[in-house]
Design a protein around this ligand. Structure first.
Ligand SMILES: [Zn+2]
Length: 633
């Protein structure tokens, strides 16, 4: 019997101390099953073949798991085909998947923490069978996470769907390196990546950290080109009244009869007031026309009386094409159209800042679209589509990516698809030798290195460069959806500080840590700029005598002086002023809102403070605490 508990993604598996020898039962616990449609079964160690039988018991709890105790438990019994542990390079036959309820289970055979050459893993939608040879666990799970984020071919019925947001890759390719399941599942109908020629070289510095350089010509040939489909709904009844006996029609689509319509409105709209298919929409363009009507019993018709056409506008900043217009009618088809649905197509060619990833968890951000003439080239004139930095490898140990590069290159040279079935190679019979031999037969370097030349100087580079073909995915995190810019803009009315939120034109918080960093760098003016000028800069009147902020109210006075007129107002502190008696000369007297006469209280300073300081002053005052400010000079 095994006592350990294995768990899937997100929950750390307990280390199994004693390798089991004669099979047994391991219960796998996975709290994320309902979310994932799929379960990754972890467990099972030992260098031998295992037969697995999955038993799903809903509601069965693992003892002692604490907060997860109510999730679904899974019982997995297994037995070893060979009781000898010495069987070398076992074949777990990963395609004989234990299945259950239509789910695909994931079998992970691990020897401790390092899953090298022992893993078979399928993601929830089977998009990401990767080259599962030799990498650490985080990179398998990492890639399974990213497979879900990749732009691909999300379905076969795209034409008929009206999702709020759909990402689609226009130039998908079939991977050169793939497992047999790729064909079995018909994944060529759903491509979600492109075969890229990848050079591993530190070139110009634009590939530092996890940045990657794109070949501009590859980009122009369509590398990574994607589309987003969005659906907008124009509803005439929105917010309108709806009585019990049915709805009253007060608005209709279309231009009002005899109304004046400007030519630029007709540019995007057809005669019926609906957008023309294929029209390019810019910010502020009309996407539908409507007018008000009232029912006329005599003619049994809806009549427009104001000859005034109104419009739904396209509010996004990004340009889009009208893909499809759907008229949404009532169920019985007797009512006039009150709602339309417009499918928009937003082209998204890759730009600097967009995210890409190979199938090994090696994600990166495009940092430059480098002109083709400046890219390094090999002796045969091959240029990379993508350049990544060699430092991406030593710490992450994604050996699988090297293998894929090698296999992809050999496959492309020979025109064959490479099988990425894991566990086919071992120490005696290595992947390097297998693919190296293919490369050698094609006249290339056995290890995938090639002499390359600088595209800038034309000189041969000092080292041979590892270059090959790797399947790259474009992930759906795009700068166009994320960038945030603001100097000043909308503010919160109570605090006077900028509001949150990219959509609303808000700011990004400069918190304590950011403040500390700026202080540490000695950039005092930048700090002042962020915390005051671009935030809640206010001018406040302060009484030097009593040290209080003065809240001001304009007053009319019979003692008004010349300097009190126009914009040149004086602010006075009533608390520090004295009631005027008869002795005082008239020129010193002033009057408040109640008509009381005062003298003095004119020792006022106007200071620049953050608006919240005044707010704090007021909040504290409400609790009986007074802030006193000493202003100098
Ligand atoms: Zn005062």
């Amino acid at each position: 019997m095994i006592t350990g508990i294995a768990a899937a993604d997100g929950v750390q598996p307990e280390q199994l101390t004693v390798p089991p020898l004669n099979g047994g039962v391991v219960r796998v616990f996975n709290s994320s099953i309902p979310l994932m449609h799929d379960m990754s079964v972890l467990g099972l160690l030992a260098d031998t073949r295992v037969n697995i039988d999955v038993n799903h018991k809903k509601g069965e709890c693992m003892p002692g798991i604490g907060s997860n105790a109510n999730a679904t438990g899974w019982r997995i019994s297994f037995s070893f085909a060979d009781s000898e542990l010495a069987v070398a390079a076992p074949k777990p036959e990963p395609y004989d998947n234990p299945r259950h309820d239509g789910f695909v289970y994931c079998l992970t055979v691990s020897n401790g923490n390092f899953l090298a050459r022992r893993t078979v893993e399928y993601s929830d939608n089977c998009k990401t069978q990767e080259v599962v040879d030799a990498a650490q666990k985080p990179f398998y799970t990492g890639n399974c996470q990213m497979g879900k984020q990749s732009m691909g071919t999300p379905g076969t019925a795209l034409r008929y769907r009206t999702d709020n947001k759909t990402y689609r890759l226009q130039t998908g390719q079939t991977p050169v390196v793939r497992p047999p399941l790729h064909n079995e599942y018909g994944l060529d109908n759903f491509p979600n990546g492109m075969n890229a020629v990848v050079a591993v070289i530190s070139y110009t510095g634009y590939d530092m950290d996890d940045a990657m350089i794109l070949n501009k010509s590859a980009h122009e040939r369509g590398f990574g080109h994607g589309t987003i489909y969005k659906t907008k709904i124009c509803d005439l009844e929105e917010g309108g009244r709806r009585n019990r006996s049915g709805r009253t029609i007060t608005k209709l689509f279309g231009f009002a009869p005899d109304s004046l319509v400007s030519a630029d409105r007709k540019e995007t709209l057809d005669e019926d007031g609906f957008p023309r298919i294929g029209t390019l929409l810019r910010h502020g363009d009309a996407i539908a026309a409507w007018h008000t009507v009232s029912y006329d019993a005599a003619s049994d018709d809806y009549i427009n009386r104001d000859a005034n056409t109104q419009y739904f506008k396209y509010k996004e900043e990004e340009v889009a094409f009208v893909e499809e217009v759907r008229i949404i009618g009532s169920e019985d088809g007797t009512q006039p159209c009150q709602k339309i649905s417009i499918k928009l197509r937003v082209p998204r060619s890759p730009v600097i800042g967009d995210k890409f990833s190979s199938r090994h968890g090696q994600k990166g951000v495009a940092s430059q679209k480098w002109p083709s003439i400046d890219m390094p080239f090999s002796e045969s004139g091959i240029q990379p589509d993508v350049i990544i930095n060699p430092h991406a490898f030593p710490s992450r140990m994604t050996i699988g990516m090297f293998v894929e590069s090698l296999a992809g290159k050999a496959g492309a040279l020979h025109g064959i698809a490479q099988d990425s079935t894991p566990f086919r190679f071992d120490e005696q019979n290595t992947a390097v030798d297998f693919f190296g031999h293919q490369l050698m037969k094609a006249g290339y370097n056995y290890y995938g290195n090639e002499p390359m030349y600088s595209g800038i100087t034309g000189q041969e580079l000092a080292a041979d460069i590892y270059i090959g073909v790797v399947y790259y995915q474009r992930l759906r995190h795009m700068v166009n959806d994320k960038y945030q810019v603001r100097t000043t803009g909308p503010i919160n009315t109570t605090t006077g500080q900028p509001i949150k939120g990219r959509k609303k034109g808000g700011g990004i918080r400069v918190g304590e840590m950011e403040r500390d960093a700026l202080i540490a760098h000695g950039t005092a003016f930048l700090l002042q700029d962020r915390l005051m000028n671009c935030s809640d800069y206010t001018k406040a009147a302060l009484c030097r005598e009593c040290g209080s902020f003065l809240s001001t109210a304009p007053t009319v006075s019979e003692y008004s002086r010349k300097k009190d007129r126009g914009s040149n107002l004086t602010i006075r502190c009533r608390r520090c002023a004295k009631l005027a008696d008869g002795v005082v000369s008239k020129s010193d007297v002033w009057m408040d809102g109640q008509g009381m006469r005062f003298t003095g209280g004119e020792d006022i300073a106007v200071v620049a403070v953050p608006g919240v300081l005044k707010y704090l002053d007021v909040e504290l005052a409400s609790m009986g605490v007074r802030l006193k400010f000493k202003v100098e000079p």
